[in-house]
Design a binder for this molecule. Structure first.
Ligand code: ADP
Ligand code: MG
Length: 312
């Protein structure tokens, strides 16, 4: 057993050359690049609500950082710093070192420094705040979609939602299980793509609650509608064996952390090229319309586009 201060020193204190002052004082000191705005986002993961209590702590550290970086990616911001508020039932050294390893591995991959946090005893709860930079007026906001824009998504959808059903014993993914579980447990935030979209896209959102719900937020905030072609939506390979789960998992399933964005049709080639350079696929799945609401190419109207609501 270690004290709170030993624990912080051992697991969460590293050199932070990108900060004026990092972990160890009452507050961190950070200097923004002149002319850039601060983009800030917080995401909390609660045991038994967002993850099973026996989840591999390395994967949990990764995911806690990933879901936060995904929010900055969706703003087109460059992530720079993070803080970590952690509640733990006990100071389990093996759990902590694996959690820190997963968290730092992804943070390091994106040049993010952990500059502070808070540690307390309690039901396991992980809250990370990420801080990033974006050029003034350059952020990819939800309210910026324009009529006539193409609607795009990155990667392939639905794998994480299929994996959750697999873990619950509702279906057996067989040989596809490993790939889908990786999508659920180690999502890859599309940070580089988000940065490249800054000059090309209008609106963007990350897909945490499912395509219909998240695209629905763009439509609502932008005061527009959209038509999407369901046949064009890129999905995890496992759907060839489970086509009946398309609506629930690919359209309404969350946790993929891909980006959905809108852009003028003239940008299509540049977008594909930028995505290629980031090593991420992008697929055009529809178009923004002046008529409000969301429907498919055959006129089927999607009514329930609100997604998961913790208090509904
Ligand atoms: P205070 O009592 O002034 O809030 P703490 O004792 O909570 O300070 O924290 C001491 C230092 O350790 C602070 O710089 C804080 O930001 C940092 N810290 C605490 N917990 C964590 C954590 N889980 N990860 C990173 N830094 C942490
Ligand atoms: Mg404190």
């Amino acid at each position: 057993m270690s004290s709170e201060f030993d624990l912080i020193r051992r697991h969460f204190t590293r050199a932070t050359p990108g900060a004026v002052l990092g972990v160890g004082d009452d507050a961190a000191l950070l200097a923004l690049t002149p002319g850039r705005q601060l983009a800030v986002s917080t995401d909390m993961l609660v045991s038994d609500r967002h993850f099973f209590s026996d989840t591999d702590p390395d994967a949990l550290g990764h995911k806690a950082m990933a879901v936060n970086l995904s929010d900055l990616a969706a703003m087109g911001a460059r992530p720079r710093w993070a803080t970590l508020a952690l509640a733990l039932p006990e100071a389990d050294e093996a759990w902590l070192s694996a959690f820190a390893r997963g968290l730092y591995a992804l943070a390091d991959a994106h040049g993010v420094e952990l500059v502070g946090g808070d540690t307390t005893r309690g039901p396991r709860n992980i809250s990370i705040t990420v801080l990033g930079e974006v050029g003034v007026g350059q952020a990819l906001r939800r309210d910026a979609a324009r009529v006539g824009d193409d609607v795009w998504v990155s990667g392939a959808l639905g794998g994480a939602a299929l994996a959750l059903r697999h873990l619950r014993g509702e279906l057996d993914l067989g040989a596809e299980a490993a790939h889908c579980l990786e999508r659920l447990q180690r999502p890859q935030p599309r940070v580089e793509l988000g940065l490249r979209l800054g000059d090309l896209a209008h609106a963007a959102i990350d897909l945490s609650d499912g395509l219909l719900a998240d695209l629905g937020h763009i439509l609502e905030r932008s005061g527009v509608g959209a038509v999407i072609d369901c046949a064009a939506i890129p999905v995890a390979g496992a759907f060839s064996s489970f086509p009946q789960h398309f609506d629930a998992c690919a359209l309404a399933g969350g946790d993929d952390y891909e980006l959905c964005f809108t852009a003028a049709s003239e940008c299509a080639d540049a977008l594909r090229q930028a995505a290629l350079e980031c090593g991420v696929a992008v697929t055009r799945i529809g178009q923004i319309t002046a008529t409000p609401g969301l429907q498919d190419a055959h006129g089927r109207v999607f009514e329930h586009t609100r997604g998961y609501d913790h208090f509904a």
